[in-house]
Design a protein around this ligand. Structure first.
Ligand code: GLN
Length: 383
């Protein structure tokens, strides 16, 4: 059993926002200082998957769920080899984690990985502030002797913005690796790792796909060296406007008309390859209950999201692109943000959200089946 992780035994801590707003609490996880973009996530569960999602690189995540850490930390649910968030903000850490898979407390894991957090602050007030003023640069500082508030604000204001940040190469694998198909192998997919979550190749493997995960810097030759039936572009951190390499690579794949699927950053890359712009949302979509409509079927699905940028494509018309006609296939019903794209003249599509659902509802799992159908149809045509 793990001992208490909250209360007066922890050092004082402050969360400092770039606009000068300050929240005072207690240290959670490692004691020290950290910087990142303050963003809130509304997921009631899945903090282990959130913290280890490489798309959260350089972000300080605020949990809107008031009590965090109840199920501890296990050895199975990580989405990558480490925690990527730069800081974690919670209201009320669990005193005693309890779950049959739990190996240690969340607090202990944050300490072990050197991740600075803060607890005991009014996360509801903070979230309302971020909704009204937008995601912004922030810092967490903890310890017995903290500098004056004005100095801390100045240090936060000296940090780089998320807009314009190129981060995918920092988080992606340096070496290619293979995730074998579960059962009989039916297809080979080259997956470009821009910050891929572990569940994604797994969802493909479950469908008989052998997944060759390739570094973000993979070339067209690297991709076609694995003789892929399809190419996948992953999620990833940072501003898609900086992703020139992946956009060029996707253009090459589209030119060859190989079946293509993109998730999140991959959707933004497809948007850019088709000639659309991307822009930063005021406070983004992060959580596991976002309503999205698949406009190709009319069905509404409840989905997992983590994005701060979006594609700027017209909702109500088919667009002419260098790769034929394209349309917005999915839209978020909360705010009409583009959540998916599809080409009408060749087998390529993408979504802005997370059909791998780690954590989250499985409503969108059909998208992996759609990718399989595209590869099946393409194979039948070639045969
Ligand atoms: N999860 C992702 O792939 C996020 C994509 C991009 N970094 C964004 O915030 O919009």
């Amino acid at each position: 059993m793990t001992t208490s992780t909250r209360g007066a035994d922890k050092a004082p801590a402050v969360l400092v926002l770039e606009d000068g707003r300050i929240f005072r609490g207690r240290a959670y996880g490692a004691v020290g200082e950290t910087f990142g973009e303050a963003v809130f996530s509304t997921g009631m569960t899945g903090y282990q998957e959130t913290l280890t999602d490489p798309s959260y690189d350089r972000q300080i995540v605020v949990a809107t769920a008031p009590q965090i850490g109840n199920t501890g930390w296990n050895d199975e649910d990580d989405e990558s080899g480490r925690i990527w968030v730069s800081g974690y903000v919670v209201r009320d850490p669990a005193r005693v984690p309890s779950n049959w898979r739990s190996r240690r407390s969340l607090d202990e894991e944050l300490v072990a990985q050197g991740v600075v957090g803060i607890s005991g602050i009014d996360t509801r007030a903070l979230t309302r502030h971020l909704r009204e003023s937008g995601s912004m640069r922030s810092g967490i500082f903890s310890g017995e002797a903290l500098a004056a508030d004005a100095e801390l604000v100045a240090r936060v204001q000296a940090q780089p913005h998320m807009k314009g940040a190129s981060l995918y190469e920092e988080v992606a694998t340096k070496e290619a690796y293979v995730v074998p198909a579960v059962g009989e192998k039916k297809f080979t997919v080259a997956a470009i790792d821009l910050g891929i979550k572990g569940m994604t190749p797994h969802r493909m493997a479950e469908r008989g796909i052998e997944v060759h995960v390739l570094p973000a810097t993979a070339t067209e030759e690297d991709v076609y060296a694995v003789a892929p039936d399809g190419v996948f572009f992953s999620n990833g951190p940072g501003d898609p406007a900086t992703a020139e390499g992946p956009v060029a690579l996707m253009g090459a794949v589209l030119k060859r008309r190989t079946p293509l699927f993109g998730i999140c950053f991959g959707n933004q890359i497809l948007g850019r390859a088709l000639g659309f712009g991307t822009y930063k949302l005021k406070y983004g979509h992060r959580g596991i209950n976002q309503p999205v409509q698949d406009r190709t079927t009319g069905k509404v699905e409840v989905t997992a999201h983590n994005h701060g940028f979006a594609v700027d494509a017209p909702l109500d018309k088919v667009s002419d692109t260098p790769y034929g006609r394209a349309e917005v296939s999915h839209v978020c019903l909360n705010d009409q943000v583009v959540e998916g794209l599809q080409l009408l003249d060749q087998p390529a599509f993408s979504v802005q959200y997370h059909p791998e659902a780690a954590a989250g509802p499985h409503d969108a799992a059909y998208l992996f089946d759609r990718f399989v159908s595209l590869m099946t149809a393409e194979g039948a045509q070639r045969a």
